[in-house]
Design a protein around this ligand. Structure first.
Ligand code: F6R
Length: 359
């Protein structure tokens, strides 16, 4: 019997209830979007640039949001996934720091530098020290503290997009028809939907114990990155990702020469509205993988509108990663090795100094 058909096996393999955390995907996203946009939010005038800082399960929301709003945002958005605020940041910069725990030292460091340079600071966390670092204005958005950071993606992405939309930095929203589409797709990948018709379970079975590579073009580049992270953390497997068209200028070469196609699994994330110049590249790649006998799968996010497409693809890859964990018999929730590194850093890293600066 497959690992997901027996409720007792599922409960035993998923004691942290990672699957249950995915249940409220669309509701969490929309509720936090509303809360994020409510404000009152203040930004510098004139606003010259935006920095979004965060790591891992929190950092990915910056990547996703920046990619999503790129076609409509009038100012540059720079993503920071380390300790340093870029030198250009100043009084005309909006810095948004996202950390689910609110205690990630890289993000705290950036927040303090932002405060020191007089940037406008908005923080998003479920608590921790981050909510106590205030910039020119006190602007903190709180999300519920009841899950693993990566399982809080819908809450944090919704909050961040809500902020960007409240500040008129994006015109995108999840239109009602798109919301209906994503909700219906979501039903089809839940545990209660059998493998025969459940796209995420089928993908998990195909990639498990292989070396998965995820590919996408804008607006799904961040989703391919998310897929890798989720396969790493939930399924505890190595994985990789790359982006089109850039990877057509380098990564394409080994696929043309591969001698160990059976070891790999390739996932291609597309949208129903990919422009022809992108679709042609993806079709070429798929033909190549067929010739090289590499197992591959296309996933087409077909929700109307770009926000719905991103959300639909996120729902898909998140479920795939938890189903792969169930198939492997590993608990998707704990990531003890990340905890061990954080414990070490808490004693010897920047954390002790930061703790003094943010009581
Ligand atoms: C854990 C996870 C990690 C954390 C990262 C940063 O579920 O996904 O990648 O997100 O270690 O921690 P936070 O999100 O608390 O800033």
């Amino acid at each position: 019997m497959p690992a997901w058909d027996d409720p007792k096996t599922v409960a035993a393999n998923d004691p942290g209830r990672m699957l249950a955390a995915l249940d409220g995907y669309v509701d969490d996203f929309l509720t936090s979007w509303k809360a994020g946009s409510r404000g009152p939010l203040k930004i510098p005038s004139p606003l010259r640039n935006v920095v979004i800082s965060g790591l891992g399960g929190s950092g990915i929301v910056g990547s996703l949001a920046a990619e999503l709003v790129r076609d409509s945002c009038a100012v540059p958005i720079v993503i920071v996934k380390d300790y340093d605020l870029p030198a250009f940041a100043g009084k005309d910069t909006l810095v948004i720091c996202v950390s689910y725990s609110g205690n990630t030292e890289e993000t705290l460091d950036v927040a303090l530098q932002a405060k020191g340079k007089g940037c406008t600071l908005i923080t998003i966390s479920s608590g921790g020290r981050l909510q106590r670092v205030h910039g020119a204005h006190e602007q903190h958005i709180s999300v519920p503290a009841d899950r693993q950071p990566r399982a809080a993606l819908p809450l944090m992405l919704g909050s961040l997009l809500g902020v960007l939309s409240g500040l008129k930095l994006t015109k995108h929203r999840l239109e009602p028809a798109s919301e209906r589409h994503v909700r219906s797709f979501h039903e089809g990948v839940k545990l209660s939907t059998s493998e025969q018709t459940n796209r995420a379970k089928r993908t998990a079975r195909a990639l498990v114990e292989k070396y998965p590579s995820w590919y996408a073009a804008r607006p799904l580049v961040g989703v391919a990155l998310r897929a890798r992270h989720q396969i790493n953390e939930n399924s505890k497997m190595l994985a990789r990702n790359d982006e089109v068209p850039e990877c057509n200028h380098n990564d394409l070469v080994p696929w043309g020469e591969t001698r160990d196609g059976a070891r790999h699994w390739v996932g291609i994330l597309r949208t129903a509205s990919d422009p022809p110049q992108i679709a042609r590249r993806l079709d070429f790649f798929i033909d190549l993988l067929e010739r090289q006998r590499v197992t591959h799968e296309e996933f087409v996010a077909d929700a109307p509108g770009v926000v719905g497409q991103v959300l639909q693809a996120l729902v898909y890859v998140d479920y795939v990663s938890v189903y792969a964990a169930l198939l492997r018999g590993v608990d998707p929730t704990p990531v003890p090795i990340i905890g061990q590194l954080k414990d070490l850093l808490a004693k010897h890293g920047r954390a002790p100094q930061l703790a003094k600066q943010i009581p």
